[in-house]
Design a protein around this ligand. Sequence first.
Ligand SMILES: Cc1ncc(COP(=O)(O)O)c(C=O)c1O
Length: 476
Amino acid sequence: MPQDGYELEWSGEEMRAVVDRVMRRVAEHIDTLPQQPASNSEEGARVARELAEKLPENGQPLDDVLNTVFDEAAPISYNTAGPGYLAYIPGGGVPASAVASLIADAVNRYVGVWLAAPGFVQLEVNVVRWFCEIIGYPASAGGILTTGGSLANFTAVVTARRERMPENFLRGTVYTSDQTHHSVVKAAMLAGLPERNVRAVPSNDRYQVRLEDMAQRMQRDRAEGLEPFMVVGNAGTTNTGAVDDLEGLADLAVQEGVWLHIDAAYGGFFMLTERGRRVLRGIERADSVTLDPHKGLFLPYGNGSLLLRDPQALRRAHSTFSDYMPPMQDDWDLVDFCQLSPELSRGFRGLRAWLPIKLHGIAAFRRSLDEKLDLTEWAAGELRAIPGMQILAEPQLSLVVFRLAPPDRGEDELNDLNRRLLEGINRRKNVYLTATTLEDRFALRICVLSFRTHRDRMEQCIADIRHAVAEVTAAQ
Ligand SMILES: Cc1ncc(COP(=O)(O)O)c(C=O)c1O
């Protein structure tokens, strides 16, 4: 036992002993992921109340603490790291990234300013450059790693506002589609723009923004004395996986002289695949792009990124100076992250992407993303073969939206039928699906984006859907 006053200072040997014991639990958890229920939160309120606790004055044995984590808290959850998680936008959490977190947190160097850890900062800069390369940006592009897509969208709005409407921005308007992720409206609000200045332009029957409507709306707004300054396009919506006409949006942005931001939080990493590059053509023309490694690169939660054609815009929007700070670098190659984002002290999140990419090579991620595209296409084909099944949004990437629509039923009846269908599928706990509403139609979604999802689980998913269809139709 370490002596009093030094308990927090584990030696290397002590830490190894703890990590070995922790690893036993982690390994067991990882190996049983496929057998764990796809969702299990019905008892959430009870368990949460039981887990409420007082500030402990004294320490507890490691095993007791691990039991709380692995036996009591972890099982009451969606199995977001498992192969059956086909809900919302999955990710998965590649284990190599967890290893990187251990290293980053144990080493605990300061990466907010270049001078404090130039080597680590460079590794993170490498990651940003790789991401820029993936989306087809030139070598002069740059950006930052964020905690996720919401913070990346927020930083994009703040940067665009600063570049285009420096001081008086209350007449500035932002153009999104009716399918854009709600984090963009939130970003605009946080950036101080009136919520009424954010336009949700209607989308077409493939849920892609209608460019003519957007152009007309800008003209109307200008005529009323407002100042359009930013367009947000979608490269994979959360709702249906739709990808806007990115070339068309880029042309419109040039014509109107506005900042073009693409929210590619979900879809962006499909640029690694040939099919993805076809669908996402034009993304490289955007002024900024949100790309979420905790989605399309399968990293654990807490990993997002914002990339910019002109990274100096980030610096112009975020840099400040204080006497107590170390000197900042003038050479653009030597990056002070605190000059590019709202954060000063921050974790070394770059290692969480750097280590998996170095260990596996980007080809492993490309193969897995290609597999997700194949699985989604296959699932859509299987769904079409189920009598009465209607595909409401064909896959553009790895997301398909569908509903059961037997003839001669009213819309309310169909909505009710599909609610029960979703319950019937999820009750089996092999997969977990979520729903959305498209033009008042309750619809089910399958989003394939976990690196652990393979053909066997998709076959199980289709089998469960068929069983649930038989149940709900028999119950009529
Ligand atoms: C298209 C899109 N944009 C933004 C976000 C927000 O990202 P985050 O949850 O990482 O903040 C999401 C989340 O699912 C998303 O799908």
